[in-house]
Design a protein around this ligand. Structure first.
Ligand SMILES: [Zn+2]
Length: 335
């Protein structure tokens, strides 16, 4: 902006000085043309840059970044079977994502793209998968993010095979944008799960949400650190065994709109999955979980795939859950 105004001011000053002369020497025409050329190229390229000062925020692209903007090939963004989301038709393409939005500024889309790419690097490393393994081969198969500046819908962030809905960094309504990277890791974990074969409808809810919580280190919720917290949770009135939760609707008094029940249950789901892949716990690995999803994609049911790759039955885990947590976690959070 400052450069643009400076260019404009110099241009105006020069034009004024030139008009004051009755006769221009020939060299001044050449000088004027060169000046106009420099004005147009420098002002235009600097001022149309998508964002200032992205560096200083992690992750950050090195050097000048001129992202490819693509137009969508249809009017709505299709993320699942029954919903088209309208967008501004200025879509940011990154290595693995297409960032759509209703009204986000360019800088917010770019930051969303960086956040999504960083989340995917983390998740690909964890599960030892490539973009190819996730079916990302060309523009149309990239993961689509709908970065909502207005309300992303009553249900908040959601994920599908094709991508996920997320608040925009310049959201009008979301008050804690610093949580967007964690929530992006959560939603992106779901997308990777789906693309490996573990559809939401076929994997038990405690495992889907626990994995996403574990990968995102708690996401927006707290992380269970000690047995005392699990014991307090167990003794709270109305709670059921977390490993029994096949659908979120089985959480007592579950409400899709009110997130309070999720806040209570997601951390316990998270520690349940953490135990399975912790060397000090059950000792399985994220690659075992990846293979579990691949088997489900090949038609195995969740119970059988869990037994094959985790090495115990769902029934056993449910029955022994609290004893296993007590042995796994430090007794008190003060330790
Ligand atoms: Zn989730």
């Amino acid at each position: 902006m400052i450069i643009g105004l400076t260019c404009l001011f110099l241009g105006a000053a020069f034009a004024g000085a030139r008009a004051a002369k009755r006769v221009d020497p020939p060299w001044i025409h050449v000088f004027f043309i060169i000046f106009i050329f420099i004005y147009l190229t420098s002002c235009q390229s600097r001022d149309s840059g998508p964002i200032d000062n992205l560096c200083g925020q992690e992750p950050c692209y090195e050097g000048p970044f001129d992202p490819p903007w693509v137009s969508a090939y249809h009017a709505g963004l299709r993320l699942d079977f029954d919903e088209d989301l309208t967008h501004d038709n200025r879509v940011l393409e990154t290595d693995n994502f297409l960032i759509f939005s209703d009204a986000s500024d360019d800088w917010a889309k770019i930051r969303m793209g960086q956040t999504a790419e960083a989340a995917l690097v983390l998740i690909k490393d964890l599960f030892e998968v490539s973009s190819e393994d996730l079916g990302i081969r060309d523009l149309s198969s990239k993961i689509r993010v709908y970065s909502a500046r207005r309300n992303p819908g009553r249900l908040g962030p959601r994920s599908f095979y094709n991508g996920f809905i997320m608040w925009a960094y310049d959201s009008y309504t979301y008050a804690t944008p610093e949580l967007i990277p964690d929530i992006t890791e959560h939603e992106c974990t779901h997308v990777v799960q789906f693309r490996l074969g573990g559809a939401f409808s076929r994997v038990w809810a405690w495992f889907c949400e626990g994995l996403a919580e574990h990968v995102s280190n708690g996401g927006p919720y707290k992380v269970i650190r000690c047995w005392q917290e699990v014991d307090d949770w167990r003794q709270a009135p109305g709670h059921v065994n977390p490993i029994s939760i096949q659908y979120l609707e089985q959480i007592p008094d579950y409400d899709r709109i009110d997130w309070q029940r999720r806040e209570e249950y997601y951390p316990i789901f998270g520690v349940a999955v953490r135990y399975l892949t912790d060397p000090g716990g059950h000792g399985k690995t994220p690659v075992d979980i990846k293979n579990l999803f691949i088997d489900i994609g090949h038609g195995l049911d969740f119970g059988a795939a869990f037994r094959n790759h985790i090495g115990m039955s769902l029934e056993y885990y449910q029955d022994h859950f609290y004893a296993l947590m007590q042995a796994f976690l430090p007794a008190s959070c003060d330790d």
